[in-house]
Ligand binder design. Structure first.
Ligand SMILES: Cc1cc2nc3c(=O)[nH]c(=O)nc-3n(C[C@H](O)[C@H](O)[C@H](O)COP(=O)(O)O)c2cc1C
Length: 410
């Protein structure tokens, strides 16, 4: 059989995306998050060769720590045909203890001196946290991330709880870690599952730690089989709460990063729901200095770095930004509290020439809006501007781009 030859797809050439963050030179803003992809030396090597700027090696612990994994550990939040809209996992920290991870750090720093090699750690006792920091520093690590937010809880006295859910435990433990570090920056990985994320960020800042990683997976019950009533992932019909990751959690992370950046002056590493270069731009625009990726790599492989580099390069050129650093915080002045929002009379406008008569806006407005859309004889939607308040619902149910516009009523 003869295969048709297609013209090679051209992608926008990647430009220099390097910049300094936390005193570390990053080749680009894209980092592999602590996850299965960073739990194996050979895999990280491959990620680096493909162009990732750095990696957070999966959370490790002192020798002898029991890591009792169970399988299957993954499940999917399928949404309207998109199978991995959200991914759930009941994974724990790495089964590799510090001896293995310090070896991996040494090898990676030797082979890839220009890459950012970080390691994630978790412990229960002060001496263990500090021991991990000391050994990783000696091994040559560039940054240490402390997991205070594994959805399955922490090691130690209160195993079901996440450390970052307690202000006092967060501050105390972060102080221990910072006390032990002589050279490398420390980032505390927190959870959005708290009443006030700003208070947590302030506790980390008070501890003297250098950065926050915001945030982590979202605790979730991924689904129930409605015949057997077994939750997913099902282990002989039983399950527990998963950590949900991937596109479904992006808005939660964006809010978490923004809320910290608006209130606390501390560098932020963004993680949770970023899949594309434009997601990274959004994360950075609300305050993230670099962006960590996990689920998209588990789904599509390390090669997504080509799209990230190419897309970011094109964006920077188009926006006439000289470095990714210029994006950081750009959207923050536009995030205000509800009472500071402008109060204007708005109306939706339907471009009737683009309307396909699908009914979606008509039904949504009739049963969930202000009953302000009629249908003309040919089912073309028509707005009753006397009833329309410009809520925007019709625009977001409409399948046709640009068919509905939200406009100021002048
Ligand atoms: C299977 C799996 C294992 C993970 N293991 C760790 C871990 O050991 N330590 C940690 O801090 N985060 C861990 N994470 C969380 C990721 O580092 C990341 O913060 C999270 O997946 C959100 O990013 P994403 O939406 O890009 O996947 C894990 C995530 C997954 C999916």
């Amino acid at each position: 059989m003869e295969y048709k030859k297609f013209k090679e797809i051209e992608i926008y050439p990647a430009r220099d995306l390097s910049y300094n963050f936390l005193g570390i030179q990053f080749e680009n803003p894209f980092i592999l998050a602590a996850a299965p992809s960073t739990d194996d030396l050979e895999m990280v090597r491959r990620g680096f060769q493909m162009g990732w700027a750095g990696a957070i090696l999966k959370t490790t612990s002192v020798e002898g720590t029991k890591v009792d994994l169970c399988y299957p550990m993954m499940s999917a939040f399928e949404h309207e045909g998109r199978k991995l809209f959200g991914m759930g996992n009941i994974d724990l920290i790495s089964e590799h203890h510090i001896d293995k991870v310090e070896y991996n750090v040494r090898m990676l720093k030797k082979e890839f001196p220009a890459k950012m090699v970080a390691a994630s750690i978790m412990a229960g006792r002060k001496e263990d946290w500090q021991h991990l920091v000391e050994r990783l520093e000696k091994a040559g690590v560039d940054l240490i991330e402390c997991s205070f937010s594994c959805p399955q809880g922490n090691i130690g006295e209160d195993p079901g709880k996440m450390l970052a859910q307690s202000l006092s435990a967060t501050e105390l433990t972060a102080r221990w870690v910072k006390e032990a570090s002589k050279r490398v920056p420390i980032s505390i990985k927190i959870t959005p599952h708290v009443t006030d994320i700003v208070e947590v960020a302030r506790a980390v800042k008070r501890s003297g730690c250098d950065a926050l990683t915001a945030s982590n997976s979202i605790q979730a019950l991924m689904g129930i089989d409605i015949k057997t009533f077994a939750p997913t992932p099902s282990l002989d019909g039983k399950s527990t709460y998963s950590g949900m990751t991937g596109p479904a959690i992006k808005p939660i992370t964006l809010r978490t990063i923004a809320e910290i950046a608006r209130n606390v002056d501390i560098p932020i590493m963004g993680t949770g729901g970023a899949s594309t270069w434009s997601d990274a731009v959004e994360f950075m625009s609300v305050g993230a200095g670099v962006v960590e990726f996990c689920t998209v790599v588990m789904h599509y492989g390390f090669r997504v770095i080509d799209d990230l580099n190419s897309g970011m390069s094109h964006y920077l050129d188009e926006m006439k930004f000289s470095s990714p650093k210029e994006i950081v915080g750009k959207a923050l002045p536009n995030i205000v509290s509800h009472n500071e929002l402008p109060r204007k009379r708005m109306r939706n406008h339907i471009h009737e020439n683009l309307c396909i008569g699908c009914d979606l806006c008509y039904v949504a407005c009739r049963d969930g809006g202000h009953n302000a859309i009629d249908q003309l004889e040919n089912r073309i939607a028509h707005i009753d501007w006397e009833r329309c308040v410009g809520c925007g619902l019709c625009k977001f149910v409409c399948p046709v781009d640009d068919c509905i516009e939200i406009m100021e009523w002048i």
